[in-house]
Design a protein around this ligand. Structure first.
Ligand code: 5RP
Length: 234
């Protein structure tokens, strides 16, 4: 494992202590959340009873492989805790998420959870959000027009940059399609001086399905280090 991966693993392991018998647990997406899902699978084999709500098809597949029982989100009214990674975290526990393209389901699950535990290596802790490109899920229909309106929102809310790229992958540079069947725009804001204002502005843009700014959702941040993890609570 690389140093970053060890730190991610340590964060995931420390988060296990928040999981109690009988809980419904939101299962995040990404490499840090994947460590958590594997560790949770080990606990299930030792007798822990939980039901997981995956935030992506990738996480669903992993949870099935490692034996974490799942429940369909349409069958539940609430989630006890959600354990998920992040691309950036600031001192007010505002997050940028969606590097793995799962931000829509991740936000639905986080918003339905009594507590959101964010697990990350310590490099994700930042003074100001925005160096990591902000992922924005948009409808395929009219995405070029939507992109222009997103650029205006970045400028109007004082962001340092307004470059917005359609996320593509593979040799053929095909647009990435999310689990919800949409596109992802990556907004290179550089620096987001007012995350609440950008959140409000993006919500006004027709064609934006959801964006990766998570404000007021995280309760606990577990920052993994080379040895152990540091827990910060709001
Ligand atoms: C996926 C996410 C991830 O949680 C985020 O990208 C962090 O990923 P990693 O744990 O691999 O660093 O938001 O949509």
């Amino acid at each position: 494992m690389t140093d970053a991966d060890i730190a991610k693993y340590n964060a995931a392991q420390a988060a296990l202590e928040y999981v109690k018998d009988g809980m419904v647990v939101g299962l995040g997406t990404g490499s840090t959340a994947a460590h958590f899902v594997r560790l949770l699978g080990e606990r299930v084999r030792q007798g822990l009873r939980v039901k997981g709500v995956p935030t992506s098809e990738a996480t669903r597949n992993l949870a099935e492989q490692v034996g974490v029982p799942l429940v369909d989100i349409s069958q539940i009214n609430a989630i006890d805790i959600d354990v998920d990674g992040a691309d950036e975290i600031d001192a007010a526990f505002r997050l940028i998420k969606g590097g793995g393209g799962a931000l829509l389901r991740e936000k639905i699950v986080a918003a339905a959870s009594a507590r959101m535990i964010v697990i990350a290596d310590e490099s994700k802790w930042v003074e100001t959000l925005g160096a990591f490109p902000l992922p924005i899920e948009v409808t395929r229909f009219g995405f070029a027009l939507t992109r222009e309106r997103v650029r205006s929102a970045l400028r109007q809310t004082g962001c340092a940059g307004d470059e917005v790229n359609l996320r593509v992958s593979g040799k053929a540079n095909e647009p990435v399609i999310t689990d919800g069947g949409n596109y992802i725009l990556d907004a290179h804001a550089g620096r987001i001086p007012d995350a609440e204002a950008l959140d409000a502005a993006l919500k006004q843009v027709a064609g934006v399905v959801e964006h990766g700014l998570f404000i007021g959702l995280a309760h606990v941040v577990v920052l993994g280090k080379a040895k152990g993890a540091e827990v910060r609570s709001r």
